[in-house]
Design a protein around this ligand. Structure first.
Ligand SMILES: O=c1ccn([C@H]2C[C@H](O)[C@@H](COP(=O)(O)OP(=O)(O)OP(=O)(O)O)O2)c(=O)[nH]1
Ligand SMILES: [Mg+2]
Length: 151
């Protein structure tokens, strides 16, 4: 069955320090995320975080965003995550895309230029506006939350 959502084209610009690096790419036919590589060498100390350069900028079409998400292999094997996961890349952002990494482990973690550090997921954006009211409709949940249904 063909995908109900045809791929969209996203304009991407290589920055000088990103020359020679691969563009983000889907690793398998139906991967949700495009793997993105680091444009720099660095060592993340235990507990450290860094906005890692990717060496590219983009013009995401209006009505879409890109989410930067962790790679599960790095998280599981090395405790590497994104403290702002999912990072939000807005459609009107024209600066360099950066991936904020954090080292949750107790060991330093070395990243080399060209290493895959995260994955980018393209998503549609539903815009909305708030309408202020004096009362809200009743629901079965009401004000219950934060574990109100049990653990
Ligand atoms: O992981 C990320 C998160 C953000 N950005 C860039 C693209 C995004 O459009 C912009 C702003 O991100 P966000 O809105 O999350 O950050 P902010 O702290 O609200 O900054 P701003 O005031 O610039 O919106 O920074 C990245 O490159 N990587
Ligand atoms: Mg913002």
């Amino acid at each position: 069955m063909p995908s109900p959502l045809p791929p969209i084209e996203i304009r991407i610009k290589r920055l000088p320090h990103g020359e020679g690096l691969p563009l983000p790419v889907y690793a398998t036919a139906q991967a949700a995320g495009m793997d993105v590589v680091s444009a720099e060498d660095l060592i993340l100390p235990p507990g450290g975080r860094h906005a890692v350069a990717t060496g590219f900028a983009m013009a995401i079409p209006e009505g879409y965003e890109i989410q930067a998400r962790p790679r599960s292999g790095l998280a599981l094997k090395h405790g590497i995550g994104l403290p702002n996961s999912p990072g939000t890349i807005d459609a009107d952002y024209r600066g360099e895309v950066k991936v904020i990494l954090i080292n949750f482990s107790d060991q330093p973690f070395a990243i080399a230029r060209g290493d895959r550090i995260a994955q980018l997921v393209v998503a549609p954006v539903q815009l909305a506006s708030f309408v202020q009211v004096d009362s809200l409709d009743d629901t079965a949940r009401g004000q219950g939350g934060f574990g109100s249904t049990g653990v």
